[in-house]
Design a protein around this ligand. Structure first.
Ligand code: OAD
Length: 247
């Protein structure tokens, strides 16, 4: 078993908690478009039209069509080497592990990740705005669909956390960040809070912080280390290093 010296205190590897945050960049090489293109649009739409409660109330049909396309597209993509490397890390890491994703695709779970929080929701779930319950959903969703729990029609939406809404799993995430010794961010621009602030929380408890991204981001300066390159290359290499002799 390896040992890590944190603030002069030796810790066994089994005590080292690691938190990984992923964003759209980890799924880019699987063929899913990232959010922040040069034109500031998301697949040709304004964010406020397809990613806000107000947009949904204005035009629920448009919002359903938008997410139906994304949901259907999941059948055409597969997890890549970066997703798979994080599964290996989860399985072989002896300490506590938490994977937090901002992604609404299902590539982490299809790769085999288990300790996973979808903080921005999931394409493959529907949510009832009437009773607050959510459930698995694989096909198209529309304004005529009824809640499987309360039966109401017209209040069912994609289970996606939109702007102005509170992300899922924040208690668990903040708990893990408060204990973690290593924080790794993969493929996120670091422009959407609260996820963009996780690196600061990790640094506050003295964690090692690593940013993996193909390009410099506005958050790069907040990280202690940077791995620049494609996620499918830098993430497997980092996992190898974390599981290897360094510990
Ligand atoms: P962005 O589109 O803002 O950022 C994607 C990041 O991935 C950028 O920093 C790219 O440089 C990087 N990137 C692209 N391809 C890569 C590759 N092959 N390997 C490594 N890095 C790569 O996406 P997010 O940061 O995930 O929220 O966006 C955060 C949130 O904004 C999303 O979860 C979404 C959106 O509003 C909701 O839907 C609620």
């Amino acid at each position: 078993m390896g040992w890590l010296s944190v603030g002069g205190v030796g810790m066994s590897e089994s005590e080292v908690e690691i938190v990984i945050l992923t964003g759209a960049g980890i799924s880019a090489e699987s063929g899913i478009a990232t959010f922040r293109g040069a034109d500031g649009l998301w697949e040709g739409h304004r964010f406020e039209d397809v990613a806000s409660p107000e947009g949904f109330r204005r035009d629920p049909g448009l919002v359903h069509r938008f997410y139906n396309l994304r949901r259907a597209g999941l059948g055409e993509v597969a997890p890549n080497a970066a997703h798979l490397a994080l599964v290996r890390l989860e399985r072989e890491w002896r300490g506590r592990f938490l994977l937090v994703t901002q992604n609404v695709d299902d590539l982490h779970e299809r790769a085999g990740s288990e300790r996973l929080v979808h903080m921005h929701g999931e394409l493959k779930k529907a949510l009832c705005e009437g009773c607050g319950k959510s459930w698995e959903w694989v096909g198209d969703l529309g304004t005529g669909d009824a809640c499987v729990y309360c039966g109401r029609v017209g209040v069912v939406r994609p289970d996606i956390v939109w702007f102005g809404e509170i992300p899922y799993g924040m208690d668990e995430i903040l708990g893990a960040l408060g204990r973690c010794r290593i924080f790794v961010s993969v493929g996120t621009s670091g422009s959407v809070y609260p996820a963009a602030g996780f690196v600061d929380l990790a640094r506050r408890v003295g964690a090692r912080t690593v940013e993996c991204n193909v390009a410099e981001t506005s958050a790069s300066g907040n990280f202690g280390e940077r791995r620049t390159g494609l996620a499918t290359e830098v993430v497997p290499a980092l996992v190898e290093e974390l599981l290897g002799s360094a510990w």
